[in-house]
Design a protein around this ligand. Structure first.
Ligand SMILES: [Zn+2]
Length: 291
């Protein structure tokens, strides 16, 4: 799930080889929140490959996955690994297992949402290492966009599969349900500490300079926080007015998404004890002041 707008109009090939051991197959679910669609990745170099994420479960995806397996040299699937429990990442599990057999599915458990996967889940967590011929994936727990979110370091390339934490287009949404901007920023710092080269995101094209992109993401959020604090300082108390002030240069169609982003910053500041929320529990309706 990503921020809309910037993502519209971007087209990527359905199937593409992004490295010796990484082939991308597009989830066939383009939209405001998924950009060109969810990237699913065939990982490895041998006769059996790992599949990272599964798209939304649209029928059009299965033939695309078929073509990816052909491009890899007529290989088979060995297992499925999921970055997190959002529908555009786990929705394809059922159809893939019907077509390709009862493959093992691994992720960091989140029982409330994992039921939608429709099969048993092998629990993995921070530090777990998953090996497939030609590729070693190391899980990094990166909550913030979703509490169960794992990124995966591809050790052979010092690359990172970033899931929804870093995107090839747009910026990551921090949802009111399960999202946490403070944790998200810490997760970005953790990824930065891995000093990645390439980043393979769950949406949009491959990112060539992972470190530069992570710095850009962190700077962007810090700048936004600075602007929100300045708005509060100027006595602006409500989110819609903050949005009008901070996003004055952006089309109004974006303001709803912007309000969600401002709300995620205010929830972070509230947890840090730096602001006071009054009148309403919904951050979009509340009055906000500096403490
Ligand atoms: Zn997501």
């Amino acid at each position: 799930m990503a921020q809309p707008a910037v993502m519209l109009g971007l087209r990527l090939p359905d199937v593409d080889r992004w490295s010796e051991r990484v082939i991308v197959a597009l989830g066939q679910n383009p939209g405001a929140f998924t950009g060109p669609g969810t990237n699913t990745y065939l990982v490895g170099t041998g006769r059996e490959r790992l599949l990272l994420d599964t798209g939304q479960g649209l029928p059009a995806y299965l033939p695309v996955l078929e073509r990816a397996l052909d491009l890899a040299g007529g290989v088979r699937l060995r297992e499925i690994v999921l970055t997190h429990s959002h529908p555009d990442h786990l929705g394809g599990v059922r159809g893939i297992r019907e077509r390709h057999g009862p493959l093992r599915v691994s992720k960091r458990p989140l029982p409330a949402l994992d039921a939608a996967i429709g099969c048993e889940v092998e629990a993995i967590d921070d530090g777990a290492v998953i090996e497939v011929e030609g590729a070693t994936l190391r899980a990094v727990h990166t909550p913030g966009h979703a509490e169960d979110h794992l990124c995966f370091v591809l050790e052979e390339e010092r690359a990172i599969f970033s899931g929804d934490n870093v995107l090839g287009v747009g910026t990551t949404v921090i949802p009111a349900q399960g999202g946490d901007l403070g944790l998200y920023l810490r997760s970005l710092e953790r990824l930065l500490a891995e000093a990645p080269g390439v980043i393979y995101p769950a949406h949009g094209p491959r990112i060539a300079d992972g470190v530069a992109k992570l710095r850009e993401y962190l700077d962007h959020r810090r700048e936004r926080e600075r602007q929100i604090l300045a708005a509060l300082e100027a006595g602006i108390e409500r989110v819609p007015e903050m949005v009008r002030e901070i996003y004055a240069a952006y089309p109004e169609a974006l303001h709803a998404a912007a309000a969600g982003s401002v709300a995620s910053h205010l929830r972070k500041l509230l947890r840090e004890g730096r602001v006071v929320q009054r009148d309403a529990e919904d951050p979009l309706l509340a009055r906000w002041t500096l403490r």
